[in-house]
Design a protein around this ligand. Structure first.
Ligand code: SF4
Ligand code: SF4
Length: 62
């Protein structure tokens, strides 16, 4: 299953990826984005493309 890799140190908690994800995978938890529903990730890469901080460098596939 794919899941987004989020670099917590680079995340500004802007929430753009939360809004960009069509599957509701991401939520802000405290001051960082977290893939709370990563089973629903389709690897569309919208979060990665929209993040202004480059904090989602890849979608991991396993
Ligand atoms: S790759 Fe797509 S489905 Fe997966 S978390 Fe990012 S925006 Fe959501
Ligand atoms: S778009 Fe990037 S900086 Fe903004 S909350 Fe998501 S991971 Fe963090």
């Amino acid at each position: 299953m794919p899941r987004p890799i989020i670099e917590a140190d680079d995340c500004s908690a802007c929430g753009i990826c939360v809004d960009a994800c069509p599957e509701g995978v991401l939520e802000l938890v405290g001051d960082v984005a977290v893939a709370v529903n990563d089973d629903d990730c389709t690897a569309c890469a919208a979060c990665m493309e929209e993040c202004p901080m480059g904090a989602i460098p890849e979608i991991e596939e396993d």
